[in-house]
Design a protein around this ligand. Sequence first.
Ligand code: DUC
Ligand code: ZN
Ligand code: ZN
Length: 487
Amino acid sequence: MTAPFDLVIRHGTVVTATDTVRADIGIRDGKIAAIAETLTDGVETIDATDRLVLPGGLEAHCHIAQESANGTMTADGYATGSVSAAFGGNSCFIPFAAQHHGMGIRETLDLYDSRATGQSVIDWSYHLIVSDPTPDALEELPLAFERGVTSFKVFTTYPLLKVEDGQFLDILALAKEHGALTMVHAENHAMIGWMIERLMQNGLTAPRYHALSHPELAEEEAVHRAICLAKLVDAPLLIVHVSTRAGAALVEAARRSGVAIYGETCPQYLFLTRDDLNREGLEGAKYMCSPPVRDTATQEALWDHIRRGTFSVVSSDHAPYRYDESGKLAAGPDATFKQIANGMPGIALRLPLLFSEGVRKGRLSLQDFVALSSTNAAKLYGLHPRKGTIAVGTDADIAIWNPDETRIVTAADQHDAMDYTPYEGMSLTGWPVAVMTRGQIVMQDGTIVCPPDHGKFQPRDRFDRGTVPGYRAPEMDPRQNFGVELL
Ligand code: DUC
Ligand code: ZN
Ligand code: ZN
């Protein structure tokens, strides 16, 4: 006789990226052991009548226990960051491990291990930020793959983070060789610097001018360049936090042409505009992120791109800096926008925002919601099918949602270490009421119920481009380049 299930979720509506079915789920040893019309043999039971049973959210872009390039530490470490993520319906997240200048790869990963291990209620991995690709660092990079860190982020802007195009090509080629996915923050560094200089010279230093200092064209140029660089070496590339129509159109065109290019956008580009930066004193600093939020026409265009499949993931880009001297106001009450940390919180609201404004308002199907919030990220970042779906044999990473509950968002109700939310006062319908990671209930009815160190580091598989044909630059094709093999 088989042992009973540890837990059975009964009477729920189970949704994956492809299907919606009425089914019970039996969980044993942290994994989904059975999916059937009726399962009764559980040590514990959750009644999911009138609830949606979804793969737990996979938050693939968030900054936790990370110093900005200027040394400002995020308010959230792995304890509050993971708790906040769980309240937002996430069962796993992938923050960044940031290599700053002079740091080695092993040193960077060891540092983040020391910040994360034993602190997280949900499972985690890292994307490695590569900002100093010296020959020694590049030689050390395969160590990251061996540790199951199979994605990198590079920047084309920020003086202390940006890589040159040649360095970018080195990283893309190495990532391709080892089966990693490169992610890029794509904005033209010189355009931003030029704009900042002129704004400063004219005394235009308030937070609202941050929006002007990062022109849309800076994103368009850098996205185009990044795609060309990736094409040259036929390496997969994901453009993070796309904020403009032109950037999204470039991603869409590249995808249509069969190149392994992927795009991500974030809730702030769908719900906030530059008018939010136009507040008294430094209040607008709360809405400063890079790239900046744009306008309502852009919001609609980005929703259209979500509908059309341009974006594979919608991530929070949770970059929590408090509105006090530990964060946004570190340079004092007279700070210029140039001195203010870029980023805003949102890890707990990414999914409720997308559900309420996407699914409930008919912009997104439930299947698309699951794909954008979990399944696609699991596939891109080497966690599928272990995570990101509901199937027999996979980790029991599950979020149970009440699709009809309405709540008003307030900073006081958040569980992060922040003192504001950019979405204060919004009325959202559809909230996660329980989240489990590997079969252990993490959050239930507004309470964390698991040990504080339940989360485990998740080594990830190599990137799999599936059937995407890719691109062969003529100069890389031995038939067309005098027989020389360059890659
Ligand atoms: N890029 C991010 O991805 N997050 C916060 C700030 C930034 O520039
Ligand atoms: Zn970025
Ligand atoms: Zn980010």
